[in-house]
Design a protein around this ligand. Structure first.
Ligand SMILES: NC(=O)C1=CN([C@@H]2O[C@H](COP(=O)(O)OP(=O)(O)OC[C@H]3O[C@@H](n4cnc5c(N)ncnc54)[C@H](O)[C@@H]3O)[C@@H](O)[C@H]2O)C=CC1
Ligand SMILES: O=C(O)C1=N[C@H](C(=O)O)C[C@H](O)C1
Length: 268
């Protein structure tokens, strides 16, 4: 029997699923064994490799769950995540969850499932984004007592097709920054009308939807007399796809637990 990781992709016909298929197909340690998508997707029945723009893989896009896979990578829709988690638990299949826009109940279900199977769950699989999150925390810690105070705002830009706002990554930046601020933090989503002056303990979020932008986050640290802006931007989706594949490899042999990309990248 081959030592290759047998990979199943959930949401395989989507923008991200296709890039995961394309990059995994080039990886000698991985064999793609299942490409799952919704039964109503018009590409069901087609070869997942051809749909991804590479050579045929002899793996057809299907709504059916595989009998076995060493790991599942999910880039789908929030409504599809519950079923994916339940099926991975039933099959004792390690799972990488990349889908964003999940509600609190779904997040609790993921935490419960992670008591039974190993799960990597992260709103961004990108190395650059995860490293920038650490930098943002460090800047917050250094500036939080600066004379005159610091105002922190998060601007995210994504393609016009994105279904959730603000991005899961922007929300995670906000959570991680809030951990380093003193006292209660107010998360403010956009501003309009008679807002009054900005209060000190706010984090502002602004979601821009333009063209084909594969994902960009700017964190502004505004002080009296100067400001820092850190910007992290994808040029294409492969940073997320390769991160998800690294997470799938990381999960091999891991005990049940909820892991993040910080764990995968050794940034914890
Ligand atoms: N964590 C990360 O690094 C990243 C996360 N994302 C997130 O991944 C998700 C997918 O993004 P895209 O690929 O751009 O979206 P997309 O809309 O192109 O693809 C979603 C795919 O899921 C399929 N799908 C829908 N219901 C399904 C079901 N019940 N079972 C199986 N498949 C189903 C759709 O048919 C579609 O092919 C979004 O939530 C996005 O925010 C996107 C990029 C990076
Ligand atoms: O939908 C996308 O495209 C992306 N979504 C993720 C998010 O919501 O943070 C990650 C990345 O920015 C691309």
């Amino acid at each position: 029997m081959s030592n290759q990781i047998q990979l199943a992709v959930h949401g395989a016909a989507g923008r991200m699923g296709r890039r995961v298929v394309a990059l995994a197909a080039e990886d000698k340690d991985i064999q793609i064994t299942a490409a799952i998508d919704h039964a109503d997707n018009g590409l069901i029945g087609q070869d997942a490799g051809l749909v991804a723009g590479i050579a045929a893989l002899d793996v057809l896009l299907s709504p059916d769950w595989p009998n076995y896979a060493s790991v599942m990578i999910d880039f789908s829709l929030p409504v599809a995540v519950d079923g994916c988690v339940a099926k991975c638990v039933a099959a004792k299949m390690p799972l990488v969850i990349a889908t964003t826009g999940l509600n609190d109940v779904q997040k609790e279900a993921i935490a419960a499932a992670a008591k039974l199977i190993p799960i990597v769950w992260a709103p961004s699989m990108s190395t650059a984004v995860n490293l920038t999150m650490k930098v943002a925390q460090q800047i917050t810690e250094t500036l939080k007592h600066v004379a005159g105070g610091v105002d922190i705002e998060i601007i995210e830009r994504h393609h016009r097709f994105k279904a959730d706002a603000p991005s899961g990554t922007a929300l995670r930046f906000g959570e991680l920054i809030a951990e380093k601020m003193d006292g209660d933090v107010k998360h403010v989503h956009g501003r309009e009308g008679e807002t009054g002056q900005r209060t000190r303990n706010e984090i502002g979020y602004h979601a821009v939807r333009v063209g084909d932008n594969p994902g960009e986050h700017t964190i502004v640290f505004g002080m009296m007399g100067e400001r820092i802006e850190i910007n992290v931007a994808a040029s294409n989706r492969d940073c997320y796809a390769s991160g998800a594949i690294a997470a799938a490899k990381f999960l091999q042999g891991k005990p049940a637990g909820l892991y993040s990309m910080f764990d995968v990248l050794g940034l914890s």
